[in-house]
Design a protein around this ligand. Structure first.
Ligand SMILES: [Zn+2]
Length: 218
């Protein structure tokens, strides 16, 4: 689970610093994944892997990026192309074309690359746990169809903002036709039982940690 991939300019922006991996750190991580022979998948492919409709390679990874920040297009996307690794980017539909967020043209370009899956991250980054059913429905359904039409893709993956979900949001995800939902539960194992609250590991700069060794311990 990545958020920002950039060289943070504002050293007072502690949230950004905490969630950031610099482009050179990110490249080193991709290099390691390639060298260690990891196969990359999209979130929407996870059900096929857990159902064994796709053979699960011994070393598999799913790279996800939350919020649809513009730095993804500037820094992460070119590196993913260079190393030919797939990724899923979770977009907040109301934030497209806003300052600091991906533009419509950038999203189109990413879709055309056939390397990037576009997933949905609600209308405006809403907290979905214990919320009214109308609000939750609006956040999960609304603009899914519009986005699908606009970009001519099917949106099949969902990320809960703040990792906040409940039974109601899971039910709505299924009704809306999503195949999978990701949480922020920290774990590396997935199964058919948690397809709508898949676990993720927060990517950091792993300073002082040998990444190849860390991957071996997973
Ligand atoms: Zn988010």
């Amino acid at each position: 689970m990545y958020h920002y991939v950039e060289n943070v300019v504002d050293t007072n922006d502690s949230v950004r610093l905490k969630l950031n991996v610099t482009p050179s750190e990110f490249e080193a991580q991709l290099e390691t994944l390639k060298k260690e022979d990891y196969q990359s998948f999209w979130v929407k492919e996870i059900p096929n892997l857990t159902n064994q409709r796709i053979q699960l390679p011994e070393k598999s990874v799913v790279l996800t990026f939350d919020d649809g920040y513009r730095d993804f297009y500037e820094f992460a996307f070119p590196l993913l192309k260079k190393y030919q690794l797939k990724a899923t980017v979770f977009i907040i539909s109301d934030f497209i074309d806003r300052n600091d967020y991906l533009t419509s043209d950038q999203i189109k370009d990413m879709i055309d690359s056939a390397l990037i899956e576009i997933g949905f991250h609600t209308l405006n980054h809403a907290y979905l746990k214990n919320t009214g059913s109308e609000t939750a429905k609006k956040q999960i359904f609304e603009s899914k169809t519009n986005l699908e039409k606009k970009f001519n893709v099917q949106i099949l993956s969902f990320a809960y903002p703040y990792g906040a979900f409940d039974e109601q949001s899971i039910k709505l995800l299924k009704e809306a036709g999503y195949l999978a939902g990701v949480s922020t539960i920290s774990n590396t194992s997935q199964s058919n039982k948690n397809l709508f609250y898949l676990s993720r590991m927060r990517a950091t700069n792993y300073r002082g940690v040998d990444l190849a060794q860390a991957l071996d311990m997973l």
